[in-house]
Design a protein. Structure first.
Length: 117
């Protein structure tokens, strides 16, 4: 089992910035992909950004956050971070850290991000 714990959420005004971090622990063998998803009230969970563990790290972003959010990783600590800039009220959601190890997926408990207008 892999445990994920997020930190860095909070309340921010529109146009502001936040940085989310995720710490991974437990039986870590080979995490292939790590990243962030979010779920707003009444909506399904959606991808925000992912990054692969190998090489320079291949990234993938939701269209809605391209140019505003940046995902990075610390492979030694098995920790992905998400820098969120130019935040909008539509970014308000619970943000979940995600990791895929071999064929198993793991999720953190989520951290609330609220953007006021």
């Amino acid at each position: 089992q892999v445990q994920l714990v997020e930190s860095g959420g909070g309340l921010v005004q529109a146009g502001g910035s936040l940085r989310l971090s995720c710490a991974a622990s437990g039986r870590i063998i080979s995490i292939n992909v790590m990243g962030w998803y979010r779920q707003a009230p009444g909506k399904e969970r959606e991808l925000v950004a992912t990054i692969t563990s190998g090489g320079s790290g291949s990234t993938n972003y939701a269209d809605s956050v391209k140019g505003r959010f940046a995902i990075s990783r610390d492979n030694a600590k098995n920790m992905p971070s998400l820098q969120m800039n130019s935040l909008k009220p539509d970014d308000t959601a619970i943000y979940y850290c995600y990791a895929r190890q071999l064929s198993a997926s793991y999720w953190g408990q989520g951290t609330q991000v609220t953007v006021s207008s």
